[in-house]
Write a protein that binds this ligand. Structure first.
Ligand code: 9MR
Length: 364
């Protein structure tokens, strides 16, 4: 069922009330952003979970795990263009609203994902052919969505994956409808529209493949830094960089490269968020116990590099249980064994990855 554009969902007081509901355990971050720390001590890094609608609606154990473990909920797909914009004239907020109401009920904060992405756009958007139309549509979309959740979603992935997969051979920018029609200023347009609509929101640039050894990874980190500097040079607000952290267990972490990246971001006054953590285990040996340890080790090396270099504002996993993960669809194992990419197993029992994340969260 679709709803017409109806303006704001609820009161600004929702997010502010989270801290109070927790008996004063809510924290105001440096940027003045309230964040729920329902299950944690004041110094512990908040933990987020990306929520898939299907199990959210149908699996009571899944909802229990969200309630038990998350400080922050992130609609995994429900705020993407293809979910919201079935046609040009209507917005369908139903899925996102379900998750956000649940968050509200359970005192969780929410992150929004994502206002601009080259992928997962509806066909009618892909069919747009003029720059003028594209800009109007993009600005209108961001204004409507950010305004509806003003005071309810304090942190947004404004742009997702705008850096090319391989900047060395492709140039810095990701090809796609927004770059094709608007050029590199599509990023500026998006951040400006988000900032204008909710001046209190934390605005984040989110991307993948930023953690490993190799010139492609160096180039990707440099491209992110260049975009952040460019926005800042024009006085366009950008508050955070989201490291997706879909980590491949067979790749080596570039601890020094990552630490340097964090230090540069910190010196630019930009926060660091882990936004989509999971570990791709398709090439690990089959034995589940050893595999779980290797998965945890991969995450540990990544988190150690980050925590050695600066503050981590939040750690969000792209799901919570191995029962539901995009990795099962995209990175199937040759031996047919089920993937084990997330903190809880299929029976919702914590795995070594869970304890590793806890260990770093306790470092605050
Ligand atoms: O996990 C998401 C999957 O359910 C969707 O089908 C897919 C397309 O919308 O997006 C997946 O999430 C992606 C995220 O939005 C951006 N970073 C990569 C994630 C995994 O593909």
């Amino acid at each position: 069922m679709s709803t017409h554009i109806t303006g704001r969902l609820t009161r600004r007081s929702f997010v502010n009330s989270v801290g109070t509901a927790l008996g004063g355990a809510g924290a105001l971050l440096a940027g003045g952003l309230p964040i729920s720390i329902a299950n944690s001590a004041v110094t512990k890094t908040p933990f987020g979970i990306a929520v898939e609608l299907e199990p959210f609606r149908n699996d009571p154990e899944y909802r229990k795990a969200l309630t038990k473990y998350a400080d922050i909920l992130v609609p995994m797909n429900a705020l993407k263009w293809a979910s919201l914009r079935h046609n040009r004239h209507e917005f369908d907020f139903n899925g996102a609203d379900e998750i956000i109401e649940f968050a509200k009920l359970h005192g969780k904060s929410v992150r929004g994902h994502a206002l601009l992405w080259y992928a997962y756009n509806p066909k009618w958007v892909e069919a747009i052919s003029s720059a003028k139309q594209a800009e109007k549509l993009l600005v209108e979309h961001i204004e409507q969505v950010v305004d509806r959740y003003r005071g309810v979603i304090p942190s947004w992935d404004v742009v997702n994956e705008v850096v090319a997969h391989d900047p060395l051979s492709q140039g810095n920018w990701r090809k796609g409808i927004w770059l094709d029609l608007l050029g590199r200023k599509h990023v500026e347009i998006a951040f400006k529209a988000a900032a204008r609509t909710d001046p209190n929101a934390q605005l984040v640039i989110n991307d993948y493949d930023l953690a490993n050894f190799g010139r492609r990874f160096d180039a990707r980190r440099d491209a992110i830094l260049a975009i952040v500097r460019n926005l800042q040079d024009q006085n366009i607000p950008v508050h955070g960089v989201g490291l997706q952290a879909h980590l491949y267990a067979e790749r080596e972490t570039d601890a020094d490269g990552l630490a340097l990246f964090v230090k540069k971001l910190t010196s630019l006054g930009v926060k660091l968020l882990v936004t989509e953590l999971d570990v791709i285990d398709w090439r690990l040996a089959r034995d589940p116990k050893r595999r779980d340890l290797a998965v945890a080790r991969t995450a540990s090396e990544f988190l150690a590099a980050l925590y050695s270099a600066g503050d981590v504002e939040s750690i969000t996993c792209w799901g919570i249980t191995d029962k539901y993960s995009w990795i099962t669809d995209v990175f199937k194992r040759k031996d047919g064994a089920p993937n084990r990419p997330l903190p809880l197993d299929r029976n919702y029992q914590p795995k070594p990855l869970f304890h590793t994340i806890e260990k770093y969260r306790n470092l605050g």
